[in-house]
Write a protein that binds this ligand. Structure first.
Ligand SMILES: Nc1ncnc2c1ncn2[C@@H]1O[C@H](COP(=O)(O)OP(=O)(O)OP(=O)(O)O)[C@@H](O)[C@H]1O
Ligand SMILES: [Mg+2]
Length: 278
């Protein structure tokens, strides 16, 4: 299957990031900032996961990047072009798609109609729907079913397929596995990896933090509207402080205690952006 141009070298990091935010500040109510300076870099071909406690601002970050919320400060660059203040429709045309955390399908429309809604180019709609039904065979069997009558996992597949219809370079996923039965959690993560292997860069927010970080090239911990830690997914999982504060503790508590007495973390480990975590 040929989606976006696959990145020839996954490890190639010399060029500019595909997506980059710098010191992003945003909020819903006047004078109440929810994001307090979020700087995130996403390279082509990566899976980057953002984890953090409830209310940390993860969804707000994704919404701001996708143009649903106008940043008050800071920059958002997609392929070197500033997209801060651009509308979601324009951002989709520039190659970034978004799957919201909630209400991400049109319930009264069929699977095919939902996918059609995601298309930007009518001349390729039919072929793209066929591709999506190949990627998600379950949708292929249910093209005429109303999305609202499907299970949570199936709806999540419809939402993801719809977001993939325009062949995005970057896919933003907000809690793709939330509330799903275990079999669907596996299916959604596997599909996410498959889509990534085909060349789509993934930025994902996940409650299922351990699982998501384990499959991620890099991750960020967002807390109180700031990026507090960043590093390779595996390093974040192994970082005792991150585990203790954000991943519900681990078997590495002994290491966490040892780390508490040291000023700096391991050289190769995640970068501590700010030690004043909750
Ligand atoms: N539409 C809105 N209007 C006003 N405040 C909002 C709105 N949406 C979110 N907030 C507030 O912004 C803060 C961050 O919410 P956000 O949804 O970004 O958190 P989150 O990290 O995604 O949390 P969760 O893990 O529960 O999904 C919360 O205090 C929330 O109450
Ligand atoms: Mg959220």
């Amino acid at each position: 299957m040929n989606w976006a141009d696959p990145s020839p070298e996954r490890e190639a990091t010399g060029g500019q990031p595909l997506l980059e935010t710098d010191d992003l500040v945003a909020g819903y109510l006047p004078e109440v900032d929810i994001l307090n300076g979020v700087s995130v870099k996403v390279r082509e071909g990566e899976i980057v996961t953002i984890v953090g406690p409830n209310g940390a601002g993860k969804s707000t970050f994704i919404k701001t990047v996708f143009g649903l919320l106008r940043p008050r400060k800071g920059s958002i660059m997609l392929q070197g072009e500033s997209i801060a203040g651009r509308r979601p429709h324009d951002i989709t045309r520039l190659g970034m798609s978004y799957v919201p955390q909630l209400d991400n399908v049109f319930p009264t429309l069929t699977v095919s109609e939902n996918l059609e809604m995601g298309s930007l180019d009518r001349s390729t709609t039919k072929a793209q729907i066929d591709r999506m039904c190949e990627l998600f065979p379950r949708l292929g069997e249910r093209r005429s079913q109303a999305a609202g009558t499907m299970s949570g996992g199936e709806r999540q597949m419809v939402a993801m397929a719809r977001a993939l219809m325009p062949n995005p370079k970057v896919l933003l996923l907000d809690e793709p596995s939330a509330g799903l039965a275990p079999a669907f959690v596996d299916a959604i993560f596997e599909k996410t990896e498959e889509v990534n292997r085909e060349g789509v860069t993934i930025v994902m927010v996940e409650q299922n933090a351990r699982r998501a970080l384990a499959m991620s090239d890099r991750g960020y911990v967002l807390d109180l509207g700031q990026d507090r830690f960043e590093g390779p997914g595996r390093d974040l999982l192994d970082d005792p402080k991150v585990a203790e504060l954000y991943l519900g503790g681990t078997a590495r508590i002994d290491a966490a205690e040892a780390d508490d007495s040291e000023a700096n973390g391991p050289e190769e480990g995640p970068t501590r952006q700010d030690s004043s975590t909750v």
